[in-house]
Design a protein around this ligand. Structure first.
Ligand code: C5P
Length: 219
């Protein structure tokens, strides 16, 4: 690989959790730290790509040279991604998008009383599946965090969402940690990246992505 092997390539990423509002102070979220997605954004920028990072709520610092768009809810993330996709060569979807949003969030803080409180939840659209299903999609990379049957569920997800590449990791290993251990699933089969710091894993994912992208889009 040349040092700037992604020069001229436009990469769009999502990272972090989303936050779905319940009322003025509360919401539903998940335990994604954003570290994996931010590391991949950094690795892509180091490789010379033009990187746009759509980030859910996280205190992480924006990597050097990366354009960042902050969002809160899954709906905001979908709108930001849809606006950027036409200018994108490679879309890497690392965000842990909340599966549901609250149907009628309250403007005011909900007061507590002795009664059972019921929240009505509706499913969120799948941002990645929408992008991968476009007539002319960018090269799409997905993530799957599974707590069991990692490779089987990962490959099913890759096929269902029509992704040339899916990165599968074990929830118990990945969430919040500084290192990770992942499998790359593509049309050639399964390839394990041994346990390493998230930045090293990110650099390996970016190299593999660039290689596959060139296979799919020979110049
Ligand atoms: O189906 P599951 O949520 O496990 O799929 C994970 C992959 O799909 C990740 O790449 C994630 O960023 C993406 N995703 C998405 N929109 C959703 C749910 C997941 O883009 N609503």
């Amino acid at each position: 690989f040349q040092p700037k092997f992604m020069k001229g390539t436009k990469v769009l990423l999502t990272a972090g959790p989303t936050f779905e509002r319940i009322d003025a102070v509360r919401g539903i979220t998940n335990s994604s730290s954003g570290k994996m997605g931010f590391s991949i954004a950094r690795a892509a920028a180091e490789a010379g790509a033009e990187v746009t990072l759509v980030a859910g709520p996280t205190p992480l610092v924006t990597p050097a040279g990366v354009r960042r768009i902050d969002v809160v809810s899954s709906k905001d993330m979908l709108a930001a991604v849809n606006a950027e996709v036409p200018k994108t060569d490679i879309f890497i979807s690392v965000a842990a998008v909340a599966d549901y949003y609250v149907l009628n969030p309250s403007e005011q803080k909900i007061k507590k009383d002795a009664h059972i409180l019921t929240l009505e939840l509706a499913p969120n659209p799948d941002i990645l599946a929408n992008v991968a299903g476009l007539a002319e999609p960018p090269f799409c990379v997905g993530f799957a965090a599974e707590s069991e049957n990692l490779l089987e569920y990962g490959e099913q997800k890759r096929r269902r969402k029509k992704l040339p590449l899916l990165v599968a990791n074990q929830v118990q290993t990945a969430m919040g940690a500084d290192d990770n251990e992942v499998y790359l699933l593509d049309d050639h089969g399964q390839h394990k990246l041994p346990r390493a710091a998230k930045l090293d894993i990110a650099r390996a994912i970016i190299q593999h992505t660039a290689k596959l992208y060139r296979e799919y889009h020979p110049k």
